[in-house]
Write a protein that binds this ligand. Structure first.
Ligand code: ADP
Length: 169
């Protein structure tokens, strides 16, 4: 939270900052990178008003992909999923904000892009579950876990966006 100025102009922002700030791990999957959708996807979260705290292009190992998706280990599509995620570079992102986990899931849309609402990333830009271009954590706990998995502490930045007082009263 930023410090209150003597004029009190940031006081409402200080009060708002008492709300729970969450983190989510968002990843542009290899198909999103290959299709040139990195900027478009980053832009959706940026325009919404969330805070970017980590960003990198990264070729992940089979081990990391398996750890990330460990809850899906028993599924028939698991080997294909690991091949897909490791098939090329991904863009790893950490985003922060009040309600960011649930909101990011809404911005991303349903797992099956054909079921995803128009206006969502998957609804606008993809056609198949096996090529659904983007990942978003499904809970604040998983947000923390996944950011810890994909980023070192030194790769994450704490900063105060200049627009903060214009986003939240
Ligand atoms: P989400 O990514 O929407 O949270 P899940 O956690 O259910 O969805 O699944 C994780 C990822 O596994 C999906 O985004 C998709 O890439 C892949 N996946 C899920 N179900 C299938 C399926 N039936 N066939 C192929 N891939 C799948």
């Amino acid at each position: 939270a930023r410090t209150a100025s003597k004029s009190g102009i940031f006081l409402p922002h200080l009060i708002a900052s008492l709300e729970q700030v969450d983190q989510t791990y968002i990843m542009v999957k290899p198909d999103g990178v290959q299709r040139g959708l990195v900027g478009e996807i980053i832009s959706r979260f940026e325009k919404k008003g969330f805070k970017l705290t980590g960003l990198k292009l990264f070729q992940c190992s089979k081990e990391l992909a398996e750890e990330h998706y460990k809850d899906l280990k028993g599924k028939s599509f698991f080997p294909k999923l690991i091949d897909y995620i490791t098939s090329g570079p991904v863009v790893c992102m950490a985003w922060e904000g009040v309600g960011v986990v649930a909101s990011a899931r809404k911005l991303i849309g349903a797992t099956d892009p054909l079921q995803a609402e128009p206006g969502t990333i998957r609804g606008d830009l993809a056609v198949q579950t096996g090529r659904n271009i983007v990942h978003g954590s499904d809970s604040p706990e998983n947000g923390k876990r996944e950011i810890g998995l994909w980023f070192n502490e030194a790769e994450l930045c704490q900063w105060n966006p200049a627009q903060a007082p214009w986003l939240r009263e």
